[in-house]
Design a binder for this molecule. Structure first.
Ligand code: SF4
Length: 325
């Protein structure tokens, strides 16, 4: 088997495959072999269509930041990206023709980035036609549909505006949609989900909001290293006070107690850091209420924050068993 990614040896490659299989919940040897086949390019390259609607392209940028495996390897060797407005070399009629041809052939992975306006199609037109229409047409022939990022899953920031922006599941109701709901998408979540599909030809187990349980199974709050300060009601109120440096960020609007995501464990930028460890409260970007329902973001004045404290006072948020700090 040819070992991909050029610079890593076979031993490291197999270790990576085993880790990836374990993260995907596919710990049997059979699946390690399958993951290695997919990553080594032995399996056929599935076509991918990536559509962008009401978005900032942040999810594309997050995906482009992937280091394990590197984006070039993922794009050029493992999947066949037929249409992606931000990275494709083609443009205009040539690009639209490639999209049409791939949709007609069917059997592709459809990634949707960005929300879809429902008040008026003219709020988001791509290639001279409504974005909604492009999503509906592609979804009808797709083998798997992935809503990439907060906007495509539940509407995100565009849903706070006047366009009636919604996520893919509000438009596509007759097929399962995998929701990868952080803002932006975590590149590990996206690559892991695609790998899961390529390895098993199945959609990964999802929670009731359509998110893969392997990434969204636990609360940010339950893995936060500031958790013992929350339990002891030691809340940071002054960012300039060194004594409060590691205290709980609830008073600064942290929505960690209501947010399911693996950020404290997986972290971001190749495991470097994440919002709370940078000193900013969790914004709840993986939840359907983000953005409008979570704001104001950096104070404890939102309805969500008041609800969190009411539940704490009522003893409905149990203290952690182990000291995390
Ligand atoms: Fe961590 Fe936020 Fe929970 Fe405080 S409220 S413990 S900062 S997740």
């Amino acid at each position: 088997m040819e070992v991909p990614f050029g610079k890593i040896n076979r031993r490291d490659f197999m270790k990576y495959c085993a880790t990836t299989a374990a993260v995907l919940g596919l710990s049997e040897l059979e699946f390690v072999t399958k993951v290695s086949e997919v990553l080594a390019g032995a399996a056929s390259k599935p076509p991918v269509i990536w559509l962008q609607g009401q978005d900032c392209a942040g999810c594309s940028i997050s995906f482009a930041g992937a280091l394990n495996p590197p984006i070039a390897s993922m794009l050029l060797d493992r999947v066949s990206v037929r249409y992606h407005e931000a990275i494709m070399a083609a443009s205009g009629h040539v690009a639209e023709a490639a999209l049409k041809e791939t949709v007609q052939a069917g059997g592709f992975v459809l990634c949707v980035e960005g929300a879809i306006p429902t008040k008026d199609d003219r709020f988001c037109m791509v290639g001279g036609r409504p974005f909604r229409e492009a999503v509906e047409e592609a979804a009808a022939k797709a083998a798997a549909i992935i809503a990439v990022g907060a906007c495509a899953t539940y509407g995100g920031i565009p849903a706070a505006g006047p366009t009636g922006a919604v996520g893919v599941t509000k438009i596509i109701k007759d097929k399962p949609v995998i929701n990868l709901s952080t803002c932006p998408v975590h590149c590990d979540h996206l690559i892991g989900t695609v790998l899961y599909y390529l390895t098993t030809s199945k959609v990964p187990p999802l929670d009731k909001l359509g998110r893969p349980k392997m990434y969204f199974g636990e609360l940010v709050h339950d893995n936060c290293r500031r958790r013992s300060y929350f339990d002891n009601e030691m809340f940071l109120t002054d960012w300039n006070d060194p004594a409060q440096k590691n205290w709980c960020l609830y008073q600064k609007g942290c929505k960690g107690p209501d947010t399911y995501a693996d950020c404290p464990v997986r972290r971001w930028n190749d495991g470097l850091n994440f919002c709370i460890d940078c000193g900013a409260g969790c914004m709840g970007c993986s939840e359907p209420e983000f953005y409008a329902g979570m704001s104001p973001l950096y104070t404890a004045e939102s309805e969500r924050s008041r609800d969190i404290m009411a539940r704490k006072k009522a003893g409905l948020i149990a203290p952690v068993k182990e000291e995390k700090v």
